[in-house]
Write a protein that binds this ligand. Sequence first.
Ligand SMILES: C[S@@+](CC[C@H](N)C(=O)[O-])C[C@H]1O[C@@H](n2cnc3c(N)ncnc32)[C@H](O)[C@@H]1O
Length: 277
Amino acid sequence: MADHKGSTDLRQDRAHSARIYDYFLGGKDNYPADREAAAKIEQAIPSVRGVARDNRAFMVRAVRHLSELGVRQFLDIGTGIPTEPNLHQVAQETTPDARVVYVDNDPIVLAHARALLVGTPDGVTQYVQSDLTAPDRILSAAAVRETLDFDRPVALSLIALCHFVSGDRIYDIVDTLLAPLPSGSYLVMTHLTTDFDPAMVEGTVRAYRQSGIEMEARDYAGVSRFFRDLELLEPGIVAIEDWHPEGKQQAVDGVTVLPNGAPRPPAAGYAAVGRKK
Ligand SMILES: C[S@@+](CC[C@H](N)C(=O)[O-])C[C@H]1O[C@@H](n2cnc3c(N)ncnc32)[C@H](O)[C@@H]1O
């Protein structure tokens, strides 16, 4: 574990989305304020730990899929506290010379950056502490310019991230990030939605906001808008667990069940991958 005692102020008195997510994934990098927020969130969405695991599993499937399609460069914003396998490990499994730049605004992720920067000898991984809401700053960061070749396709991954920015400005932010990427680049996203179980997800949004974390769930139209100029890969914009599910789900009497036979809880988020024309 990285040393947290450096000069960085981790603001442990406040809840942070990276640390709440770390708690749901069973990690140790969270503090009482995060666990208090997590308890409120879990009341609203009892399946939240499974949702976090499903979200992480989508990242693995999507990155593997894009690597098999020949993508060798990834810009991953809202990286989170390292959780094995990390995105570069998945990409470099298929493509040892894959180049990955991670971006997050939580200093605790920076404190762990060393774990993110150990990749294959042929590949490159870099870390930038920056904020999604300042996309030009991300694009002009030296680590981004020096690591990624914008003449070749880049996968921009915004996984479980855009719902932390409310209002329509998020569309301009994502458009700004996609603008310099060449044709054949990809947008990879998961996003919280109220479409499957409105009461559950509205309660989740309330619980985050009560803990001081901005959040907005978006419906199908709101998520589609991110992809309006892109070609969606099959199967389109679907529940996270339905994006190329790798045969782990089965239907019994028309109900999708988990491997333990229990009915699958309602989905909380959409997943999609789109290709820039
Ligand atoms: C729920 S976690 C998702 C982590 C990872 N992408 C995944 O899906 O497994 C959200 C991450 O986004 C980061 N984040 C939230 N708002 C951000 C912002 N405005 N700019 C950069 N990162 C942000 C948080 O610090 C956290 O690490």
